[in-house]
Design a binder for this molecule. Structure first.
Ligand code: NDP
Ligand code: ZN
Length: 348
């Protein structure tokens, strides 16, 4: 990122490795909708000459002298969120907010990201996870952000056995929201999207009903299909600022909304007074940055190893070679109809 609205290639020094850190080089990387928000919407403010990217599987090339469990040559999954595990926020159970709110999001935010020949990982023992044998690095690259974020939607929404769930947005994050809701025991899963390829994959991940937001108000469509009752849980992974209002309207009293969507405009989000039970509807709104860290990566990787989640379905566009990263990023920006997620694999 050269500046807001501008990308290009730059030369930078190889980053230094602190005593608890690692330097890695990428073997699979993926651009994210967040990279697009960062560059073309200025979502995190002005940045210049910052290396983008926060989704990677890589090879360790150097470790600090206090790192115990990793060594050069290890193939690792790197989470998008790399908290400081000895922080007070981590002790409080919210490591993703270490230092400052959203402070665990360091790559391509507070420091250079993973679209470089070498990149720095803080707290290597706390944040890296070994890539399990036999796992395709491209498919495993979805463990950096898409799997943990989508699944966090179902955690925030507190999905339980038999719940009816609406997943708003079925890009790669929402599709993992569908997969997460199904794993947590949802019964009916209403998936909201319009693109045919996403709809097809949503059904493969277990969506029982598809709602097209282009066919009218989503809340009304859900209420029509549920005899006016609504759903137990809503996962938000797409749509603009008005979508929170929509989610509240389709939620049963006592229900819960899990938001992982980025809300980019305006000062406030609206809560519809009547549908929120005039303040007494027991409708919970939870929104969160995905938890990062090693344990989370190891556990989620085991879902791929055991075939509980097949992330290869997300990978609609595969590229080979470091110099293809730009093409993959531009694809993410332009979002052609058949795109779910591009991935770039690199042989060194
Ligand atoms: P995509 O753009 O690929 O997907 C967005 C989805 O939302 C699509 O299915 C799209 O439908 C749907 N959509 C668009 N407009 C509306 C609308 N008005 N009403 C309902 N649905 C709509 O995004 P990603 O899956 O890559 O990312 C989703 C969100 O998650 C982004 O905001 C991203 O910034 C955020 N994110 C959050 C993270 C976290 O840690 N909390 C981490 C990573 C991402 P269709 O295209 O089919 O028409
Ligand atoms: Zn991402």
């Amino acid at each position: 990122m050269l500046g807001i609205g501008k990308t290009g290639w730059i030369e930078k020094e190889r980053p230094n490795c602190g005593p608890m850190d690692a330097i890695c080089r990428p073997i699979a990387v993926a651009p994210c909708t967040s990279d697009i928000h960062t560059v073309w919407e200025g979502a995190i403010g002005e940045r210049s000459d910052m290396i983008l990217g926060h989704e990677a599987v890589g090879e360790v090339v150097e470790v600090g002298n206090l790192v115990k469990d990793f060594k050069p040559g290890d193939r690792v999954i790197i989470p998008a969120i790399t908290p400081d595990w000895n922080s007070v926020a981590a002790q409080g159970g919210f490591a993703m907010h270490s230092g400052v709110m959203l402070g665990g999001w360091k790559f391509s935010n507070f420091k250079d990201g993973v679209f470089g020949e070498f990149f720095h990982v803080n707290d290597a023992d706390g944040n890296l996870a070994l890539l399990p044998d036999g796992l395709d690095p491209a498919a495993a690259c979805m463990l950096s952000d898409m799997v943990p974020t989508g699944l966090h939607g179902s955690e925030l929404a507190k999905v339980e056995y038999g719940d009816t769930v609406c997943v708003i947005g079925i890009g790669p994050v929402g599709l993992m929201g569908v997969a997460g809701a199904v794993l947590k025991g949802a019964s009916h899963v209403y998936a909201v999207g319009s693109r045919p390829d996403c709809v097809k994959i949503a059904k493969e991940y277990g969506a029982t009903d598809i709602i097209n937001y282009k066919n009218g108000d989503i809340a009304q469509q859900i209420l029509d299909q549920t005899n006016g009752i609504g759903v137990d849980k809503v996962i938000i992974a797409g749509g603009g600022c008005e979508i929170l209002e929509t989610a509240i309207k389709m939620l049963k009293p006592g229900g819960c909304i899990g938001n992982v969507n980025y809300f980019g405009d305006g000062e406030y989000l609206n809560i519809p007074r009547a549908e929120w039970g005039v303040g007494m509807g027991h409708k919970t709104i939870a929104g969160g940055l995905m938890p990062g860290g090693r344990l989370r990566m190891e556990k989620l990787a085991s879902l791929l190893v055991t075939g509980r989640i097949d992330t290869s379905k997300l990978l609609t566009h595969r590229f080979k070679g470091f110099d293809k990263i730009e093409e993959a990023l531009m694809l993410m920006k332009d979002k052609p109809k058949d795109l779910i997620k591009p991935v770039v694999t690199i042989d060194w």
